[in-house]
Structures are given as structure tokens and as C-alpha cells.
Design a protein around this ligand. Structure first.
Ligand code: ZN
Length: 246
């Protein structure tokens, strides 16, 4: 039996938090029939890079070192469509930064209010998310998917980061609340059925839990000791951020 551990580097956590925040508060121009409009609180998408390592005790570690944001993704409030150009990114990194392996993908879930996330467990992978992970089964390198959910609180909060489960962490920066949820795309041997792990008790479709997998853990060292040097701003209404001490 082995555990899967997904460890997020400080750099990767920073890149993900900024990507999710940017798509949450910075208005984006989108074309529609009547011209152009500004969209806020949209999803974002990116690729994960790092290393997969088998530890001495047999556990599998996926160390997520970097995120590359898909700047050309089609971003909407309740979905994000990756661009067709991701092959270029993979080609470049494989050619010039071969120390990083492709691990999987990242996207965000924006919610206006914290209560909505709690009520509908908005930090879970949606059925569409899970289907797209299953569709990646032909790519043997796709092993990890992360979803970062962002919402706002009425009041500033200083609560400590907490684990919702072994693979979901929640924390707060001022009045922005974040959740990071990790999923393993398990392929096993050739004859094995693909499985998404861990099985959430809230998913309609369950996957056969492989005999050789114990549990999935998400580990974010930065969140053990978040470090704030100046006053961070806050969200104030849709698409508005009031800066702190910058
Ligand atoms: Zn999603």
C-alpha cells in the first residue's frame, strides 16, 4: 500500500494564488455580439511542472514546482477552456528546461461569497472537471490536477490554514478565502481501470479504489508559516480590490 503525496512549492503556491486572484478581481475584455464587455470573477487555467519521485517507503511524491498560466484560455465565470497552444508550452519546457516534468493541470473556481462555496462545496472538482481528467488518460504524464477556489469574506479574517480533508486545504489572505484541492489521476497497470483519487463521498460517480493505494495527501509547506510583511488589501465589491501598504 502506498500513499500519494502532492507537495506544492512556495513558488507554485504563489503563482497559483496570483493567477486565481488576477482572474477574480482584474476585469477581462471579452468580445460579444454587441462589441466588448468586461468580465470579472472568471476561471483561469494552467499547467503544472515538477517531479514525480518514489520515496524509500514506497510512497509516491509529486512535487509541484511551477505553474505556467494559459494566457490564451477562454475564461468564463463557471468554466475555462484551455487554449490550443499548450503543445508549444510543453515543447519549449521539455526542450529548454528538462529538469521539470509535466505533471498535470490547474484551474480556479471563483465565487463571489464564501457562504456559497461552503453551501455547495464549490471547492470540489465538478463532474465536468472529472470527465476532462478521464479524457487525459491517454497522456501517461498527466498525473495531478489541482483546483483553487477563491471567494471573499465580508470581514477580514486571520484564521490559520486548516485541512478540510487530507487533500483539501483552506486559508485566508485578508478577506480573500482560498481552498486548494488535489486529485490524482491513477492509471496503474495496463489492465487497470483509470481512477480519480481520493474518491470524494460527494461524487456521484465512484471509481474502484486501487488495492495498492492508501491515501492522497496535499502538502503546502508555505501555509505552515504564511509570512505577511505589509498590510494586504481587500476585495470590495465585484472586481474591486483596495490595495493595502504598497
Ligand atoms: Zn472546475
Amino acid at each position: 500500500m502506498a500513499n500519494y503525496i502532492i507537495q506544492i512549492s512556495d513558488d507554485a503556491l504563489m503563482e497559483m494564488s496570483i493567477a486565481a486572484l488576477e482572474a477574480y478581481v482584474v476585469p477581462q475584455r471579452q468580445a460579444n455580439k454587441s462589441g466588448e464587455r468586461l468580465k470579472k470573477e472568471v476561471e483561469t487555467y494552467g499547467l503544472l511542472w515538477g517531479h514525480g519521485v518514489t520515496l524509500p517507503d514506497g510512497d509516491i511524491l509529486y512535487s509541484v514546482q511551477k505553474l505556467t498560466v494559459d494566457a490564451m484560455a477562454y475564461r468564463r465565470t463557471d468554466s475555462v477552456l484551455p487554449s490550443e497552444g499548450l503543445k508549444v508550452i510543453k515543447d519549449m519546457i521539455t526542450s529548454y528546461w528538462p529538469q521539470y516534468s509535466f505533471l498535470g493541470d490547474f484551474h480556479s473556481h471563483p465565487y463571489e461569497h464564501y457562504n456559497d462555496v461552503e453551501r455547495i462545496r464549490g471547492y470540489e472538482f465538478s463532474e465536468v472537471d472529472r470527465k476532462s481528467m478521464i479524457d487525459e488518460q491517454n497522456d501517461p504524464d498527466f498525473r495531478v490536477s489541482l483546483v483553487m477556489t477563491i471567494s471573499s469574506l465580508e470581514r477580514i479574517s486571520n484564521i490559520q490554514p486548516e485541512n478540510i480533508s487530507d487533500s483539501i486545504i483552506c486559508w485566508t489572505f485578508n478577506n480573500y478565502r482560498f481552498w486548494l484541492n488535489a486529485c490524482i489521476v491513477y492509471k496503474g497497470d495496463e489492465d487497470d481501470e483509470i481512477a480519480l483519487l481520493p474518491n470524494s463521498s460527494h461524487w456521484k460517480n465512484k471509481y474502484d479504489y486501487p488495492d495498492d493505494v492508501d491515501n492522497v495527501y496535499l502538502h503546502c509547506p508555505y501555509l505552515s508559516h504564511p509570512w505577511q510583511t505589509t498590510k494586504f488589501g481587500k476585495k470590495a465589491g465585484i472586481g474591486k480590490h483596495i490595495a493595502g501598504d504598497i
